[in-house]
Design a protein around this ligand. Structure first.
Ligand code: F6P
Length: 322
């Protein structure tokens, strides 16, 4: 087994708060083991373009608290094609890079697998505010996004209670409801609408009627964007039950901001574990948080298994929200 002397780092997919802390942890852990570190700009797009920058200990200074990613990120359609995957692996191997840390979501991990198959040892570090990556309890950025969305929800509670209004808050989560569900429980919402659960307008209207009967004069509905646009839900509630709801779409605000302590610590632990795995000769793995421990699991777990919403959390919204 060749001694791992040079690794690269890239961030891919939607950025998330804490990615910079992960970049810092990978770089400094590798430098501490006398490895050379290269930053790949703009995710797989920059990898295809050979857009590499050397990363020294000082290059990752002053970023631990910054949202976003100093390496920038991109969504690469080119990388889906085999000839581009060959080129990407060639760019790394020609530069003497033996290992690659990919910080991103599930789709990025499938891209990383293609590099593993072509001789680059890859370590996936889960980073997405959706937290929809199977194989880890938490992805970097999720906890911060929950806090960001919750801050907005608490502000909306003030005005909703002042005007006896119904608010629909659309949060991110194109294909999953993890963000919506945590925000709904923490924000005391009356209802949460997620892609994983078949939507019933009738059931929602009944819920709103039940809240009114119990004397609740203002309500919050948390809607994951993957179900339908908030405006459409507003119109359907208006047409069906005559409730005049207001709509707030949080959008990309949830992707920014300084990472919370949980995300910085998670990123630091995962970044360090990724380097340990690579230098021990492993490849094709992801870092995983399981019961407060950081483990290394096969990358394929992230797409071969599914991650489910916690039914206890769904039940809590039902019981505590009205
Ligand atoms: O994957 C994270 C995420 O923020 C999703 O929640 C959201 O649907 C998507 O990215 C938005 O993608 P983009 O930033 O490319 O518009």
């Amino acid at each position: 087994m060749a001694v791992m002397k040079k690794i690269a780092i890239l961030t891919s997919g939607g950025d998330s708060p804490g990615m910079n802390a992960a970049i810092r942890a990978v770089a400094r852990s590798a430098i501490a083991k006398d490895m050379e570190v290269v930053g790949v700009m703009r995710g797989f797009e920059g990898l295809l373009d050979g857009d590499f920058r050397p990363l020294g200990a000082r290059d990752v200074g002053g970023i631990i608290h910054r949202g976003g990613t100093i390496l920038q990120t991109a969504r690469s359609t080119r990388f889906m094609e085999h000839q581009w995957q060959e080129k990407a692996a060639g760019n790394l191997l020609d530069a003497g890079i033996q290992g690659l840390a990919v910080i991103g979501g599930g789709g990025s991990f499938q891209g990383a697998r293609e590099l593993q198959k072509r001789g680059v040892a890859v370590a996936g570090i889960p980073g997405t505010i959706d937290n929809d990556i199977a194989g880890t309890e938490l992805a970097i950025g999720f906890r911060t996004a929950v806090e960001t969305a919750l801050d907005a929800v608490m502000r909306l509670r003030d005005t909703a209670s002042s005007h006896d209004r119904l608010f629909i808050v659309e949060v991110m989560g194109g294909r999953s409801g993890f963000l919506a569900l945590d925000v709904a429980v923490a924000g005391g919402a009356e209802a949460v609408i997620v892609p994983e659960v078949q939507f019933s307008l009738g059931r929602l209207i009944d819920r709103l009627h039940e809240a009114r009967k119990k004397g609740k004069t203002h309500s919050l509905i948390i809607l994951a964007e993957g179900v339908m646009p908030a405006q459409e839900l507003r119109d359907r509630i208006q047409d069906t039950a005559g409730y005049d709801a207001r709509v707030t779409v949080l959008g990309h605000i949830q992707r920014g901001g300084s990472p919370c302590a949980v995300d910085i610590i998670l990123a630091s632990r995962m970044g360090s574990a990724a380097v340990e795995g690579l230098i021990s000769g492993r490849g094709g793995f992801m870092t995983s948080l399981a019961d407060s421990t950081i483990e290394l699991r096969n990358l394929s777990v992230s797409w071969e298994t599914k991650k489910y919403l916690d039914p206890e959390m769904m039940r809590l919204v039902g019981v505590l929200g009205v």
